[in-house]
Write a protein that binds this ligand. Structure first.
Ligand code: ADP
Ligand code: MG
Length: 243
């Protein structure tokens, strides 16, 4: 589903920084890959390259058969197929919950309002928040907003879902409800790349765990490998700090 091959990314402000160094990752359809690593290691930059929020400087990135770094590739199409959920929920504050989930279906997927609303309600039910369809985002808790943000992404029928620390901004008691939604998505076979510090989720849901440090993938393996016998000293140090 995703093939990233030798992806490099540089930033030039404030100083030159080689943020991604020959990062390669293949994600099969239906696979759940959890990306872990210290702050500043390039996890967000890598995810953002996968839906072209950042344009990689070199390397190749394919989503299914589509070369997303081809200048001729339609960026809106890429974003519709590669859904992304951020730490900050980024709902549209002036729109109701349902409208948040409906709008891009009409503009990007060209669905009628009736179809978009029907699908929107179905997805709000799926994330357990249908009864709130008429309220505005600021009337919801963080966990509820994040579930709406997931529903909004799913409304595009993405082929892949990227999650960038989706629970890091939440109060502890709301983390579980968002992880439950993600766990259910994984069970239904969604292809997912998840940056998270929730090691319980990684252990239970990940097919594969990837450890990034200083812009590189240092180690890849099953959750068992990571939590029982990590190979790299940097991985051991990182895990000892967060577990
Ligand atoms: P992580 O998500 O693992 O914490 P990031 O991908 O956000 O790491 O950042 C990797 C490195 O790239 C960091 O040193 C960060 O400061 C830098 N960086 C990220 N985005 C930008 C940007 N837009 N401009 C300059 N530097 C950036
Ligand atoms: Mg990040």
């Amino acid at each position: 589903m995703i093939r990233a091959i030798n992806v490099n990314k540089f930033f030039y402000t404030p100083d030159e920084l080689h943020a991604l160094k020959d990062v390669s990752l293949h994600v099969a359809a239906g696979e759940v890959v959890v990306v872990i690593g210290p702050s500043g290691s390039g996890k967000s930059t890598f995810l953002r390259c996968l839906n072209r929020l950042e344009y990689a400087d070199s390397g190749e990135i394919f989503v299914e058969d589509q070369n997303i770094l081809d200048p001729a590739c339609d960026i809106n199409k890429v974003r519709a197929e590669v859904g992304m959920v951020f730490q900050s929920f980024n709902l549209f504050p002036h729109m109701s919950v349902l409208e948040n989930v409906v709008m891009a279906q009409m503009t990007v997927r060209k669905r009628s309002r009736k179809d978009a609303e029907a699908k929107g309600m179905e997805l709000l039910r799926k994330v357990g928040i249908a009864e709130k369809h008429g309220v505005y985002p600021d009337q919801l808790s963080g966990g509820q907003q994040q579930r709406v943000a997931i529903a909004r992404s799913l409304a595009m029928d993405p082929k892949v879902m990227l999650f960038d620390e989706p629970t890091s901004a939440l109060d502890p008691e709301m983390v579980g409800e968002v992880l439950d939604v993600m766990r259910n998505l994984a069970r239904e076979g969604m292809t997912m790349v998840v940056v998270t510090h929730e090691m319980g989720f990684a252990r239970e849901v990940a097919d594969r765990v990837v450890f990034m440090d200083v812009g590189q993938i240092l180690e890849t393996g099953t959750p068992e490998h990571f939590f029982t016998a990590p190979g790299h000293e940097r991985t051991k140090l990182f895990l000892s700090q967060i577990l």
